[in-house]
Write a protein that binds this ligand. Sequence first.
Ligand SMILES: Cc1cc2nc3c(=O)[nH]c(=O)nc-3n(C[C@H](O)[C@H](O)[C@H](O)COP(=O)(O)OP(=O)(O)OC[C@H]3O[C@@H](n4cnc5c(N)ncnc54)[C@H](O)[C@@H]3O)c2cc1C
Length: 347
Amino acid sequence: MSASEVSSHYDWLVVGAGIVGLCTALHLARRKRRVCVIEQMSEVTNASTLSGAGIRFFDPDPGISAQVAQSHDFYSALGLAEDFRPCPSYYGFGAAANERLLDRAHASGMRVLSRAQLRARRPSVEWGSVDYAVEDEHAGFRDPLITWHALRAACERLGVTFRFGHQVLAFEDSTRARYVLTQAGRYGAHGVIFATGYWTPSLLERLGLPAVVRNRTITVHRLAGHNLAHLPFVVEHDSGFHARPTASGEILFGVPQPDWDVAPDNLPDRADAHLNKALAHLQRYAPVPLSFSGVRTTRSADAFDSVAPEAQTVLPEHTHVFAFGEGAAFKYAPARTLAYLNSILGS
Ligand SMILES: Cc1cc2nc3c(=O)[nH]c(=O)nc-3n(C[C@H](O)[C@H](O)[C@H](O)COP(=O)(O)OP(=O)(O)OC[C@H]3O[C@@H](n4cnc5c(N)ncnc54)[C@H](O)[C@@H]3O)c2cc1C
């Protein structure tokens, strides 16, 4: 196909209609850029629509805390203020209190509770080895599907074009423009942003682009039928897993694994040692015996940028990869995408 056969030309092509792609498209449209979002699925089921969508304001990194607060305001301004369901979060740690964490908690105006205070506050929770915890009383959930639809609608109101069911198969770069090819046609633009989540490393390889991110697979297990919606959500960085109830009352937990792509058949199952350890750990917080019945396993779409520097080469001009990792991204995607765009386009 030659450039004269280009089906459409835009300022920006955003590949991927997850939370990162939709936030990116909306920020660009607010800057009056002509944007087309190209998504491989017709019925979108991705990490964003399946997300626990937990919003936790406390983070040892003050930069992340600020981005979470900014993103919370962004979601609320989309008309989603009512959709936020509070559920306090406890960020637990052992006797060797980490001074940096304590300082951060105080600076954020959050209370650090001792084990005795935690017991008094939440008597039904078995606090196990937790000696202190930062109480993040304003944490909670959103409904990921409602958020996704609200973002899409906001994009459409500003004229963003969507192409669903169009998988990006090839990428071309010329001095004047960038092009992506799908089964349905060729799209040209000044710039392309890949917001392709879990798929990113394999897609970049297929398109002949340098691998600039790695995946971190989080296998996510849902324990249905336990009616644990009233549990606080607990983040256990020391033990390397995350656990939280979701808006639907299921409990969800995952063990991150620094892997490249993991085929669905190779996801850890309930016999996996890590999974058993995580379940035993989780049991300490649950007032009822937990079992593996009703476990559903899926995988998250985190990515992180720890590709060895010597393996990194530069992407073509005006080509960017927004695959955010180092933890879950739903809670800070709006702020992170805006910061990235400001760094590219100027604020
Ligand atoms: C079960 C679960 C629970 C989670 N809980 C939380 C939480 O509590 N709090 C939190 O902050 N985060 C949470 N996360 C993480 C967060 O939801 C994800 O990090 C975030 O949604 C990733 O968004 P994304 O847009 O980068 O990726 P995705 O949502 O995966 O979107 C990527 C899109 O790119 C499309 N795509 C890929 N390749 C192509 C191609 N070749 N052509 C066209 N389109 C393509 C895909 O189809 C997909 O729609 C959770 C994730 C999961 C799975």
